[in-house]
Write a protein that binds this ligand. Structure first.
Ligand code: ZN
Length: 171
């Protein structure tokens, strides 16, 4: 059994037994029916565009200290991905934003996270970074983005590529 699976039910503590579901043997709870499929966290990010430039925040903690990231963070279990995107953007940059639609999602086998990235524009607020999360935040024109090795996460690089390639729908 892979290390990432449960041995006991996370709801009621029953010992899980293998049950064939959707073509795979999965740890399953005989008490409540919980079945152990893949567990992922959901990250929600924004591409905040202003005058053709995109807002990035420079992380000041952790293994990606000094690298540039999209505003955003993990989705809590009492909010939607859209709410998480706007909440995290406000916390990290001081800007109120309105979302303009889903730009792209990022997921890779072996990484237990799904990242959703929305296009957004500023509706209020002033640039003010959260000092415990970022050292600075600034707008980068498409032709002057930081080099790939200074981008914090592969999902952010993927989102920036999608942003550069994005063309609005035509009537
Ligand atoms: Zn159970």
């Amino acid at each position: 059994m892979p290390a990432s699976t449960f041995a006991f039910c996370p709801r009621d503590g029953s010992k899980l037994t293998l049950t064939r579901i959707d073509g795979r043997d999965r740890p399953t709870c005989p008490t409540c029916g919980f079945a152990d499929f893949m567990h992922v966290q959901i990250g929600s990010n924004t591409i905040v565009e202003r005058d053709g430039a995109v807002l990035l925040v420079r992380l000041n903690y952790g293994p990606r200290d000094g690298h540039w990231a999209l505003p955003g963070g993990l989705v809590e279990n009492d909010e939607t991905t859209e709410e998480a995107a706007t909440r995290e953007t406000k916390e990290e940059t001081g800007f109120d934003v309105a979302l303009d639609g889903l730009l792209v999602t990022w997921m890779r086998p072996g990484f237990p996270i799904l990242v959703v990235i929305y296009r957004a524009h500023i509706t209020g607020g002033d640039l003010r970074v959260a000092p415990d999360e970022a050292s600075e935040a600034k707008f980068f024109p498409k032709a002057e983005l930081p080099p790939l090795e200074e981008i914090a996460w592969p999902s952010a690089a993927y989102g920036l590529d999608a942003w550069r390639a994005y063309e609005p729908p035509r009537p």
